[in-house]
Design a protein around this ligand. Structure first.
Ligand SMILES: Cc1cc2nc3c(=O)[nH]c(=O)nc-3n(C[C@H](O)[C@H](O)[C@H](O)COP(=O)(O)OP(=O)(O)OC[C@H]3O[C@@H](n4cnc5c(N)ncnc54)[C@H](O)[C@@H]3O)c2cc1C
Length: 264
């Protein structure tokens, strides 16, 4: 029985590890880096008993599990799942069971994407910059701003609404660091500058080295046809409103147990 897991984030890796422990023929498909979006996080504080751990270390731990269990990883983007086949960007793969663990993608604002200095993922931020504007008022935006500050990059947060949605603890951390948060200040336009970008917001004109947009995330799934084959969906892409690494990992383990029980 060949099991294919699409997505090497917390959900996919947790699922793959448990299946591999039971000797199942499992393979992971990943379009980017192993570890998933947790790699962007400044600090994960709510994953007992790990204590406070950086997103980068969390992702490295996941990578370690993949190596320890010798789980084969194919680097390809899966576009479609149909009829016991995965259709990837590079090739087509046969499988008996597919598990979709493809997480979420950032909600975009295409009209602001005027240069490669307008980004959505913290890990893609150029290392040589001194200032960054962050757009958004949720957990990810405030996490990005703190992450930048801790990396020696001066952040300024633009929030369209008049209040923050981020968890209170993150807001406290941002306040302790005197991070400038501009409530009720929507970004209207962005232009490419000489070395960075120029932002035009409700309150005026600002220059930054880069802009990080974090205004929410949406489902990210390949095309799936379930008429002939069994396809499981786990992690953030199964629970858009419960985006927590612990839930993604638990969901991956639950899915593996279900598959193992069915095999027995
Ligand atoms: C900045 C930030 C801070 C966070 N902080 C915390 C925190 O403190 N605590 C916490 O519990 N959670 C936190 N989270 C949330 C946590 O990262 C997610 O809940 C968790 O990563 C979800 O795991 P997942 O495996 O479902 O999806 P993801 O982590 O999104 O992994 C999905 C993987 O699938 C791959 N993929 C997608 N599509 C395809 C395709 N078609 N083909 C092949 N591969 C594909 C992606 O490249 C990715 O590696 C944070 C998230 C962010 C962005």
């Amino acid at each position: 029985m060949r099991v294919s897991i699409i997505g090497a984030g917390p959900a996919g890796i947790a699922c793959g590890v448990l299946l591999k422990r039971y000797g199942v023929d499992v393979r992971i498909f990943e379009k980017g880096k192993i570890g998933g979006i947790i790699r962007n996080a400044w600090r994960v504080e709510n994953f007992p008993p790990l204590g406070f751990i950086s997103g980068e270390s969390f992702a490295k731990q996941l990578e370690w599990y993949v190596e320890q269990y010798d789980i084969p990883v194919t680097h390809d983007e899966i576009l479609k799942i149909e009829d016991f086949r995965l259709y990837g960007q590079n090739a087509t793969y046969d499988c008996d069971i597919a598990i979709v663990a493809t997480g979420t993608k950032p909600r975009r604002i295409p009209e602001l994407e005027v240069s490669n200095r307008v980004l959505y993922e913290y890990v893609n931020l150029p290392r040589d910059i001194k200032t960054v504007a962050v757009y958004g008022g949720g957990d990810v935006a405030i996490d990005y701003a703190i992450h930048a500050f801790e990396d020696g990059i001066m952040p300024m947060v633009f929030v369209r609404s008049n209040q923050l949605k981020a968890v209170r603890k993150l807001v406290e951390y941002a306040k302790e660091r005197n991070i400038h948060i501009r409530l009720g200040d929507a970004i209207k336009r962005v232009e490419e500058g000489n070395s960075g970008i120029i932002i035009f917001s409700d309150s005026g004109r600002y220059e930054f080295d880069a802009l990080l947009i974090a205004i929410g995330r949406e489902l990210n799934m390949p095309e799936i046809d379930v008429s002939k084959m069994r396809v499981y969906t786990i992690g953030d892409c199964a629970h858009l409103d419960l985006r927590q690494s612990s839930i993604a990992i638990g969901d991956g383990i639950r899915c593996a147990m279900e598959i193992l029980n069915e095999m027995r």
